[in-house]
Design a protein around this ligand. Structure first.
Ligand SMILES: NC(=O)c1ccc[n+]([C@@H]2O[C@H](COP(=O)([O-])OP(=O)(O)OC[C@H]3O[C@@H](n4cnc5c(N)ncnc54)[C@H](OP(=O)(O)O)[C@@H]3O)[C@@H](O)[C@H]2O)c1
Length: 233
């Protein structure tokens, strides 16, 4: 895996951080994307401690111009892996969800992965074994109340993943969605304060699965899959 590069969104914490660290341990150079530069720098320091340099790029993934600038800055650099991990959710009834909130949830969970995948496709095409990994959610298969906007966005991401996988099949660029159940991250802390952590999936487990998928031999892929704790009801 020497000389491989991965772009990871939402890399300042939670799953994105765990994925960046896991790939770095395998010698894959990460480019860390997220809004908070401080958080990204802290993760870059953790990666430096294991002997790898991580690039940091603080940007708002819902800002089209920032994504275009990021793509332009990469220029002709090869990218082997894109992990669209950044996401946000909203717990609210349909009635209480305003148009602006709906746009916000769609923009970060669905539109940003679309635009970033498109922006980095020329870079991914330079790889010998490219992967786009989209982090979905168990809500795409197991409906829950009060998350209509988030669910619609993640189901959209599932559709995007399937269609793009079919589109890029001939080029042998794999596109896979991994859909976690409740996981032990800051997002979960905010959504379910006081939750029994023993029913949560650890972000490191999700990161191991990401690494397994991107380590498949060229020309081999897997279907989208869910990853969840059997202790969670
Ligand atoms: N935790 C769960 O139980 C769970 C379950 C199923 C699926 N998921 C999915 O897993 C993924 C990772 O979530 P997580 O649990 O690790 O959440 P997290 O700890 O809240 O991390 C989300 C990351 O996304 C970044 N982000 C959010 N909005 C952004 C924006 N507009 N521009 C740039 N970065 C942005 C945040 O960066 P900043 O901090 O810099 O803003 C943050 O680092 C998400 O797609 C989520 O939907 C989570």
């Amino acid at each position: 895996m020497a000389d491989r590069t991965a772009v990871i969104t939402g890399a300042g914490g939670g799953m994105g951080r765990a994925i960046a660290l896991r790939l770095a341990v395998a010698g894959i150079g990460p480019i860390l994307l997220g809004r908070s530069e401080n958080k990204l720098r802290r993760v870059a320091e953790e990666i430096a401690a294991i002997g790898l340099h991580a690039q940091v790029c603080a940007l708002d993934l819902t800002d089209d111009a920032a994504l275009a600038d990021f793509g332009a800055a990469l220029a002709e650099q090869k990218v082997d892996i894109l992990v669209n991990c950044a996401g946000d959710w909203l717990i609210a009834t349909l009635q209480d969800t305003g148009n602006e909130q709906l746009d916000q949830i769609f923009d970060i969970n669905l539109r940003a992965p679309y635009i970033l995948s498109r922006a980095l496709l020329p870079n991914l095409r330079r790889s010998e074994n490219a992967s786009i990994i989209n982090i979905g959610s168990i809500v795409t298969t197991l409906s829950a109340p009060m998350v209509t906007a988030y669910t619609a966005a993640k189901v959209g991401l599932k559709g995007l993943t399937g269609s793009l996988a079919a589109e890029l099949k001939r080029e042998e660029i794999r596109v896979v969605m991994i859909s976690p159940g409740p996981a032990d991250t800051p997002m979960r802390d905010a959504a379910s304060p006081g939750i029994d952590k023993s029913v949560l999936v650890q972000p490191e487990t999700i990161a191991d699965m990401v690494y397994s998928v991107v380590s498949l031999p060229r020309g081999v892929t897997t279907s989208d899959f869910a990853l969840y704790s059997m202790r969670w009801d």
